[in-house]
Design a protein around this ligand. Sequence first.
Ligand code: PLP
Length: 403
Amino acid sequence: MDTTPLTGTPGSPEPSPFPGALATHAVHAGREDLAALGLHAAPLDLSTTYPSSDSRGEGLRLDEFAATGAQLQGPPVYARLDNPTVARFERALARLEGTESAVAFASGMAALTAVLLARSAAGLRHVVAVRPLYGCSDHLLTSGLLGTEVTWTDPDGIADAVRADTALVMVETPANPTLAEVDLAGVARACGEVPLLVDNTFATPVLQRPREYGARFVLHSATKYLGGHGDVLGGVVACDEAFARDLRRIRFATGGVLHPLAGYLLLRGLSTLPVRMRAQSATAAELARRLAADPRITDVHYPRLGGAMVAFEVADDPHEVIAGVRLITPAVSLGSVDTLIQHPGSISHRIVDENDRTAGGISEKLLRMSVGLEDVEDLWQDLDAALSGLRQPERRRPEPAAR
Ligand code: PLP
């Protein structure tokens, strides 16, 4: 677990009021204005609009904001331009990732869409990407829905795949769902002048800060570990201020804003992120160790970096294992306080062509588990029983109508 002070991180000009380690910043960053407001807890501002006597729009030049994306000064104007609650989360995340700025969106996919649109507005539509990526990210690139052309390659092929019109190089590490890792410093070198986008959802800034290896854009599905409790959907891009302005212009014009309640929950989530990551990773590492020694398991994927995700391949039917768990919830998504399991080939990566899935190392025997905060012995007991086929595939789930 990284406890090095965050002050002096390259590309982080916003002065911190104190030196300190990541755990300290996780609790205090983004809250710099609270004392002046006479508040202890960060407030939730749900306003969509704000009263103003500036009827001529002299203080706020909407045309200027639309053209530059420079952060508005003065009181907020309209919730699609900015929101103080969301801005606190953005400042905090930028501090943790060691970047100048961060821009939040309605979801991780909205964040990736904004990055692609911003680059394509600059005439750059070619993307170089390394599989596997999260299934819907793969789909967004492959489908060409945004006019993107993608070249898939392994990390060694990046330098050759880059072209004059390459918008960015995209990697996920550890990757969803195989937990494959790439050497970020090597990849950043291979990118040359082309920006490297790293999806840091699985590692979080607690385990890895891609900016320190030369990544220019750091993407999160904030829905996962940043929120941490499975009750908020969001996305965020940490980057330099120049690109943040491009992203704000896109967000303003296309409207994929993060809801203030989500911003509130995400700021609160960040304060416990280091503690959650430490506890969940320790349990995941222990489960990975036990699975690796188990004859019912043919392969275990657990990152060298650590983390709270474990993927494993079973000798028998993976769906029987899912049907057999009782404490662990069979569900897509990850990063919550409770443990979830799913079959990527059927769910999270079903949208990816079968041959591409196989080439990306996603076998039909693979299960992906997001390890929560439960006691390790309780989790192991549940997994052990499910792997032994001890339970009938009866589920305790209510009918979907009961909402
Ligand atoms: N990136 C990764 C690694 C993910 O796992 C996900 C979702 O599972 C996303 C991006 C997309 O995020 P969201 O579901 O918040 O749009």
